[in-house]
Design a binder for this molecule. Sequence first.
Ligand code: AHG
Ligand code: MN
Ligand code: MN
Length: 323
Amino acid sequence: MQRLRNFLDHHCDNPALVTVIEGLMVACKDIAYKVQLGSLAGVLGSAEQINVQGESQKKLDVIANNLIKQALRAMPQVKGLASEEESDAVACNPDGEFLVLFDPLDGSSNIDVNVTVGTIFSVLQSDPGDDPTYESTYLQCGREQVAAGYVLYGPSTLLVLTTGKGVYSFTLDPRVGEFYLQRENIRVPATTKEFAINMSNQRFWLPEMKNYVADLLLGEEGPLGKRYNMRWIASMVAEIHRILTRGGIFMYPYDSREPQKPGKLRLMYEGNPMSMLIEQAGGKASTAFENIMQVEPTSIHQRVSVVMGSKDEVDTVIRYHES
Ligand code: AHG
Ligand code: MN
Ligand code: MN
């Protein structure tokens, strides 16, 4: 079995990027250990603070954020970071080549019920003159990402990674603290009979999305001509992992609950890295109107409408929005 380090040395031609990914994994192994211990490590429950997103933070949101921040700040290769849990971008090392953007703990509503959560990350290259304290330094579109991935804290701890040459997954062996390559060149099937969406938001969706989901529910008797199954884990990281394993479509579309937010998910920490993984695996990622990785960011914390997964099904959603 191939170790992560060995794989990266052969697969990735930028040694500085290898060091960044390895450094991130040191922090993620620590998070995995704490997630596994749960209440024994006193990490469950609320931090009793509200983050910049206006969401109440769990203790593990704060712990995971601090562990990753600490790891990245210690790396000379990292110029700056932006996190879902930090109000502003954080400068790291002036000579660093990379910017790392991350969701330290995705699916945090699931922590206290012992359901899968994860860390999502996106790596961008910075220009030598860029100032890492400026938000504008980080506002590159998803197409510019040089690497993206997630670590899933589930029954096993997994790393799923792309550096732009396909998608690979690694399983952590907690006995030795090493990630081992398990799946190479992961592909998302083009078609699916499985969808994931939070149906409780239905009345707030655009009419086009309402029509599409109504037709999904009609099954083989409707215009889509097949019977669909539904899943909703409330951890994007777990939904995307299911899609990278057996196909499917994941949607967190625009809804009118809070009109100033075009979707719940964040472009830089969730939308872009997951889009890169899905596209690298042959799937598709869209806002329903444009490719997610082509959205020009205007703020590090901006929201985006998300439709991603099996290519043919995403194309169907886009068609519903064209008419
Ligand atoms: P986070 O825990 O980082 O705030 O993200 C949670 C996200 C995403 O993982 C998930 O798909 C979605 O929010 C769940 O939303 P609902 O609460 O609407 O189910
Ligand atoms: Mn998240
Ligand atoms: Mn989060």
